[in-house]
Write a protein that binds this ligand. Structure first.
Ligand code: DGP
Length: 212
């Protein structure tokens, strides 16, 4: 069946959980086993909205908290036509962070509820699989370059981890937990196995809408 759609796979977790490394390895492994696969990441810092976000994360500019939440969401929405186009072309997308980071990070700030934070992302293409890289935030923080950007403090990451735990209670999303404290290769093998079965299941189903 030449026209089966690509599969939307998202990797989530606290900062330095190993998402980017694992996304790259997964794309390579999928390509080597004959799939058309590409990587995307959020925030995508290359767009005009992404540049605003990047400057905020690097603490070069200040943005009001609601405003930056909406910018992160807008950054995902501006890439939706491309996401749909790639999936329609049969390309599997491996995405480094998505709306779950959006909710987990903003709702770690005082005065933000999970429910409010979800709203701007309602209706985004729903991932077929969300791999949660589970690691103690204190251990993740010992990995390279932690602490340079906004949000990279232990207290904030602990709150983010708790918010992810709440999001993972939602049975409408296909969450799978990965023990990300193991070696890069062990984590990769675990991820690859989960993705192969998700790809076989998802390809015959239409893409859903998130949180609807
Ligand atoms: P990264 O480029 O993967 O290192 O992510 C940048 C930082 O931004 C990281 O601390 C997580 C945070 N982040 C990612 N997406 C969102 C979002 O949608 N909203 C908020 N508030 N933070 C986010």
């Amino acid at each position: 069946m030449a026209c089966r759609r690509g599969v939307l796979i998202v990797l989530e977790g606290v900062d330095k959980a190993g998402k980017t490394t694992q996304c790259k390895k997964l794309v390579q492994a999928l390509q080597e086993s004959g799939h058309r696969a590409e990587m995307m990441r959020f925030p995508d810092r290359t767009t005009r909205i992404g540049l605003l976000i990047s400057s905020y994360l690097e603490k070069k500019s200040q943005l009001e908290d609601h405003t930056v939440h909406l910018l992160f969401s807008a950054n995902r929405w501006e890439l939706v036509p491309l996401i749909k186009q790639k999936l329609d072309q049969g390309i599997t997308l491996v995405v480094d962070r998505y709306a779950f980071s959006g909710v987990a990070f903003t709702s770690a700030k005082p005065g933000f509820s999970l429910a409010w934070c979800k709203q701007p992302d309602v209706g985004l293409p729903k991932p077929d699989l969300v791999l949660f890289l589970q690691i103690n935030p204190a251990l993740a923080a010992q990995r390279g370059e932690f602490g340079t950007e906004r949000y990279e403090t232990n207290a904030f990451q602990n709150k983010v981890q708790q918010n992810f735990e709440q999001l993972r209670q939602d049975p409408s999303v296909n969450w799978k937990e990965i023990d990300a404290g193991r070696s890069i290769e062990e984590v990769h093998m675990n991820i690859k196995m989960l993705c192969e079965s998700a790809i076989n299941l998802a390809k015959n189903l239409p893409i859903g809408e998130l949180w609807k």
